[in-house]
Design a protein around this ligand. Sequence first.
Ligand code: KG4
Ligand code: ZN
Length: 364
Amino acid sequence: MKILGIETSCDECSVALLTFEKSNTFGSISVDSLNTFSQIEIHRPYGGVVPEIASRNHLETFPYVLQEVLKNIPHPKEAIDLIAVTNRPGLVGALLVGVTAAKSLAYAWEKPLVAVHHLEGHLASLFLGNDLLDHFELPCLVAVISGGHTQLHLLRAPPWKWTENTYQESRISFSLDDAAGEAFDKCGKILGLPYPAGREIDVLAQNGNADAYPLPKALKQKDNFNFSFSGLKTAFANQVTEARKRAEKKGQTFEAVLPDLCASVQSAIIDQIVSKILTAAKFHRCRSIGIVGGVAANSLLRLRMQREWSGNLYFPKLEFCTDNAAMIGLAGLFQFIRAGALNHTARLDLNAIAYPDLENRNAQ
Ligand code: KG4
Ligand code: ZN
């Protein structure tokens, strides 16, 4: 069976084609093709994503991103069995582009359409590019750590048994203010680094001393796994002001102290993430830990988790950590399997939703 995944919730315009082959246990999944156009360069001068520019760019780019994925599929109407699209949460104008495209394709090709929660897509990304579905150890604590979200999920069932409420019900904590990726990006902005700054801080930190600038440590509470990064950001801004003055006095350039500043802030952010993940995993007696989302690419996070967690540890491949349509296609497949047969007109009323859940607009 072939699944077409579509993701346009923020600043990545992405289309993927996946193949699912059923087996006695569950089956195998392969990503035949994944094409992602990142708008990062377009938004960089503004220091963040500009919603209207994002939507307009998706509108222009989507047909070409799709065309590339389908270039070796002469008869997509015959080849494709299911269409999965992100419809929540995200920038509403950006989501509308993917949702409209997905509805048009489902209508024209007479195929079933499923709506995917973006964060459920991140959870599904754990199972891309590996054979984890065959030996997934439960319970598993999954940390979703991206530019928009930082939260822990306690998974007690394999993905093909997830229900439509799994995303909400499995979440055991979230960030009370900024997301971890947002903290990297805001601290990067204080340093004058281009947006998004996570990767650059990671690279610069390789040559820095993490103890050079003391920053507040995460509160170690045994049964509270919520995150908070805003205090850290304020303390860091003060440290940077002092560091600039000191560098000037010594006749040093600010660039010379950047590696130490990056290493210090990276260490403080990652320390909080690692400490919350490990405390929650031990508290809930988890047999495995999975880490997904853009910040899962961070080298210190990977190193510290490998050193400090002796159970099973799952990270998706780097290309599946950041926003991509392959994870949406896979989450859509899991949903399709649990729904049973779906008529191709079943979801033609689908709409885009900015918030993660309809009842509570403040929910993460
Ligand atoms: O999951 P993602 O692609 O987009 C969202 O859904 O938010 O995550 C993007 C975030 C950005 O904040 C970026 O700075 C951060 O992931 N990021 C990193 C690294 N690579 C990307 N943060 C720390 N270290 C990295 N190597
Ligand atoms: Zn994301």
